[in-house]
Design a protein around this ligand. Structure first.
Ligand code: PEP
Length: 246
């Protein structure tokens, strides 16, 4: 049986309080499509006001520290994130793996912290263009998945996002046959890592998804939704992606 589709907007470092109205507009569109799940992960500053503005809509964070508290200036724990009103966190986004040097072990620890706090986790994996050109894309992505994979995995709280680094923010999208191959490889790897229950873990595609290509990407076997950056910032752009998933 196909998994319920999950469409997640990653606002990255975009959005001031004025943009709360966009989250309201997006939540209104999502509320018309009860057969799918939709979330927005705004910057941390907007989590609490967004959760207050649209209490029935899923708001998430973009990162979380693995420690419960302590000397980690500028960081937020999973309990703090939960307290803001977030229900999940993106973890191990390629921008953080590159800019903040996050390792697979860091991502695994973060995922376990998020789970312990009762939040959902979206673990991101993806190859660089050089790795794809070298024919190593599947090996790299499955290696990241294994290294980042948390204890006590379950579809109740865990989602995987396949995001080829070279497709993020570039307007370039892999061939659907390449997406199909990678999502099948991830599904197979999930089976090895967690056995029963692997089929229910949702695997999102991310990288330049937009209203024009969403339907084709979401129709690929084992693509259970999308993680969307630039095209999630307004209802005008994100609405068609939600509708393509519904
Ligand atoms: C992302 O950063 O998660 C992403 C998919 O970005 P974009 O949709 O802008 O490529």
């Amino acid at each position: 049986m196909a998994n319920r589709k999950f469409i997640v907007g990653n606002w990255k470092m975009n959005g001031l309080h004025d943009q709360l109205s966009d989250i309201g507009d997006i939540a209104a569109i999502a509320s018309e499509h009860k057969d799918i799940d939709v979330a927005i992960c705004p910057p941390t500053t907007l989590i609490a006001p967004a959760a207050e503005k649209v209490p029935d809509f899923m708001i998430g964070a973009q990162d979380c520290h693995s420690a419960a508290n302590g000397a980690h200036t500028g960081c937020l724990s999973a309990d703090m994130i939960r307290e803001t009103g977030a229900l999940l966190s993106i973890l191990g986004h390629s921008e953080r793996r590159a800019d903040q040097h996050e390792t697979d072990a860091d991502v695994k620890a973060k995922a376990e912290a998020v789970h312990a706090a009762g939040l959902g986790a979206i673990i991101c994996v993806g190859e660089t263009e050089a790795e794809r050109d070298d024919g190593k894309a599947v090996e790299v992505v499955c290696g990241q998945l294994e290294g980042s994979f948390p204890e006590e995995p379950s579809a109740d709280w865990l989602t995987i996002a396949y995001e080829p680094v070279w497709a993020i923010g570039t307007g370039r999208v892999p061939e659907t046959s390449d997406v199909e191959e990678m999502h099948a490889a991830i599904r197979n790897k999930l089976g090895k890592l967690m056995g029963d229950g692997a089929d229910a873990v949702r695997i999102l595609y991310g990288g330049s998804m937009n209203g024009g290509n969403a339907a084709a990407l979401l129709a690929v076997p084992n693509v259970d939704g999308g993680l969307v950056g630039g095209a999630s910032l307004t209802a005008e752009k994100f609405g068609p992606i939600i509708e393509a998933a519904a």
